[in-house]
Every structure is written in C-alpha cells, then in structure tokens.
Design a protein around this ligand. Structure first.
Ligand code: HEM
Length: 393
C-alpha cells in the first residue's frame, strides 16, 4: 500500500472543555484519519473502531510492557500492574488476579449485592430526590466491591479517591495530573507498607494475592502494585457507568418503560450505555517496531493511544452512534476493551448494574435528573454530581 504521512492535529483532548464534551474533538480526529499524530503530546492516536480493535488483538506490535498510561513517569511508578505487562508474564498475573472474578466467584457475591441493591432502592425511593453519584452510583461498588478487596478500613474508604486519581495521573502532565499526584503517592505508600499484608481481611481479594505469592503462583514483589489493579480500573469506571445509565434513562423515558415491560432488555441496555458513554476513554500501548495502519506509518517506540470511547462512537461501525438505543446490536463494542487486557471485572460490573437497575425497575416509573455536572478527569469519563428524582407513579 502507498505510504501516506500521518495527519498531524494540534487538538488537545485534555482541555477542560474537551474532557467535558469530548465528542466534537473525537469526531474531528476520526475524520482526519485512522491514525492521527497529536503534535502537542508527541503521541499517535487511534480514534476509529477498526484500528483500535486490530491493535488490541496484536500485543506483539502494540505492547503494554512499557505501561498503558500516558506518561513514562506514571508507568514507572505503577510498573507491576497487570495492565502494564505482556504475555507470558501477563497471563501469569491476570490468571491470579481474576480468580475472585470468575463466574463462581461472582455468583458468591450475588445475594449480598441483590440485598444491598434492594435496600438502597427502598431508601432512595423514600427520599425521592437525592444526589445521584454519591448516594446511588457509588453505593454498590463501595459497599460490596471495595469490601471484597479486604483492605483495612482507611484503605477501603480511600479506594474511590485513589481510583479517580489514577484516572487523572493516567493522562498528560497537566494541572489535574499534578493535583492528583499526592493521592497516588499516598496509595503507593499504602500498598507498599510492609505491615499491610498482616492487616488484610482473611480470604479477601488482596489476601489472596499474597497467598498466591506464598505458593509460588506470583512473585511477591508484584503484590503491592497488583492491588492497584483492583481499584485503578475498577471503581471509578463502575460508578461512572451507573451514573451515565441513570442519565440515559432520564433522557429516554420511553426506553425505560419498554424495559419495565420486558426486563430481558436490561442487560443490552447496560451495554449500550457503556458503549455510548464509555467510562474509560483511553489507554495506550507502545509500538514495538515501525508499524503501518492503512498506509500510515507509526515509528517504533511511539506511544499509541487506544481510544475506546471514540471507537464506540465511530459511524463506520455503529449506525447513528450518538443515539442511545437499547435494541442496538452492541456486540463488539470497546467499552470494556478487547484482546489480552480485556476487562476482567466486566461480569461483576454488569452484575452490579443489572441488580441495581433490576431493583429500580420494579418501583420506578421515571427518572428525573437536574443540575447535571459532568466530571473532569484525564482518563475517566464520568459524572461529578446530579440531582436525581425517582418517580413511582
Ligand atoms: C463499567 C465498569 C468498567 C469499565 C467500563 C471497565 C473498562 C475496562 C477497559 C476498557 C479495560 C481495558 C484496558 C486495556 O486494554 O488497556 C479494562 C481492564 C481492566 N479492568 Fe475494567 N472496567 C470496568 C470495571 C472493572 C471492575 C469492576 C474491575 C475489577 C473488580 C476491573 C478490573 C480491570 C482490570 C484488572 C483490567 C486490566 C486487565 C488486564 O490488564 O489484563 N474493571 N477495564
């Protein structure tokens, strides 16, 4: 194929305005080409669906071993996370990390999650109007998931803030990066505290990492950073997905009514929400050699941005991609990634959402959202706060 030069754009996807409303910028990037060079950051970005999918299925060329975050500083500081490894090491770490997240592991949590979801919905219906991110979206991930990790209480309650800080420090070194850095330093110090292993909840996910190291399934040195795999990509993403789904149902009451009539539509509606407002906007890889995508060269050693959120809005893949449609064929969307590093927590995230919205389905006829404020984060596309009213008649 004839080699063409890579379209270079001066656009900055990490300004406050572009983080609040990334879609016009992403559309510009998709129109510019299958690969675009972001000159301000000296990185290559893949904004279209097909190149992201191909790159994610090819870890040999698009390696995670130099880290999946944007800056070398953060990739070095968090080296050891499963996210930052290639096979065969990756398979070893991922195999241990996902043990509590297999079908059986999740089934064990289902009753507790259901009870917590029903209790929460009962309480919120009594309140009628409330702050939706803190009181609704954060509840299950904090009440159940963060407890399963089994950190001592101060670690458990800090996990959500650490997760948001991972998002900000996963992007370029802007003001948000610097503001979040102390939080990440605190999280790292906490994870490396030599007294931590003796204070973990027996049987918790964290304790199981150290147990795996003891029997030789993992190097002991990996345990502290692998702890970050349980809150880095796990908590803020789920909170964002729940928040956006409430927002979608408030804007599309007809679709909520259809699900109330036929609850079997709920799982696909959840996937559609994750497609449309993908909580993890992007992560990156390193080109291991000179690469070519549709005739455009990416030099060896370049950092290459996998734009999950933009890929999910590509009209080359999805008809009218900006439309929320619970009947859409969502299969193949990139909201949970693809390939070697595809999300290990997606079944758990989807279960939490199914049980929460399942409990809401029984009682709530309509969602009303006011005072909606999107979150501004370098990597996590979420909601800062919103006032939610649950209507039951
Ligand atoms: C709606 C919620 C969630 C979304 C949108 C989401 C999204 C993603 C995405 C896009 C990736 C791919 C990263 C890449 O290719 O570089 C990923 C990986 C990952 N996710 Fe999730 N995630 C969610 C929930 C969770 C939960 C609940 C957990 C754990 C309890 C979790 C743990 C992980 C881990 C450990 C990885 C890295 C896997 C690896 O490197 O092999 N995620 N997630």
């Amino acid at each position: 194929m004839l080699k063409t030069s890579c379209p270079a754009l001066d656009i900055d996807p990490w300004t406050q305005d572009n983080l609040i409303d990334p879609y016009p910028g992403w559309s510009l990037m998709r129109d510019a080409g299958p690969v675009v060079y972001l000159s301000r950051y000296d990185i290559y970005a893949l904004p279209r669906y097909s190149p992201v999918r191909s790159a994610l299925s090819n870890w040999q060329d698009f390696s995670s071993a130099n880290g999946a975050l944007l800056t070398e500083e953060m990739n070095q500081a968090t080296a050891g996370m499963t996210l930052h490894t290639d096979p065969p090491e990756h398979q070893q770490l991922r195999g241990v990390l996902r043990r509590p997240l297999t079908h059986d592991g999740i089934e064990e949590l289902e009753d507790d999650l259901r009870t917590q979801a029903e209790t929460l919905v009962e309480l919120l219906i009594r309140k009628g109007t409330f702050e939706g991110v803190n009181e609704l979206a954060e509840y299950l991930p904090m009440a159940v998931v963060s407890r399963q990790v089994g950190l001592p209480e101060e670690g458990r309650t800090n996990m959500l803030a650490w997760s948001d800080a991972t998002g900000d420090t996963g992007g370029p070194m802007n003001d948000r990066f610097h503001a979040a850095l102390p939080m990440i330093q605190e999280a790292l110090a906490y994870s490396y505290d030599p007294t931590l292993p003796s204070r973990l909840k027996p049987g918790g996910w964290a304790q199981r990492l150290w147990d795996a190291a003891e029997v030789g399934d993992l190097p002991l040195s990996k345990c502290p950073t692998m702890l970050m795999d349980y809150w880095g990509p796990a908590l803020g993403t789920t909170v964002a997905a729940i928040s956006w789904t409430v927002w979608q149902f408030s804007r599309h009451p007809d679709q909520w009514t259809q699900i109330r009539r036929n609850p079997a539509l709920l799982p696909n509606a959840i996937l559609e929400s994750v497609r449309l407002e993908s909580p993890l906007a992007h992560l990156s890889r390193t080109a291991t050699r000179d690469l070519e995508i549709d005739g455009i060269m990416i030099p060896a050693g370049s950092r290459v941005l996998m734009m999950f959120g933009s890929a999910n809005r590509d009209d080359r893949k999805f008809d009218e991609p900006e439309r929320f449609d619970i009947h859409r064929r969502t299969i193949g969307h990139m909201g949970f990634g693809f390939g070697e590093h595809t999300c290990i927590g997606q079944s758990l995230a989807r279960l939490q959402m199914k049980l929460l919205f399942g409990a809401l389905l029984e009682r709530v006829t309509r969602f009303e959202v006011n005072d909606f404020t999107p979150a501004v984060n370098n990597m996590l596309h979420g909601v800062e706060r919103m006032q939610v009213t649950l209507h039951t008649h």
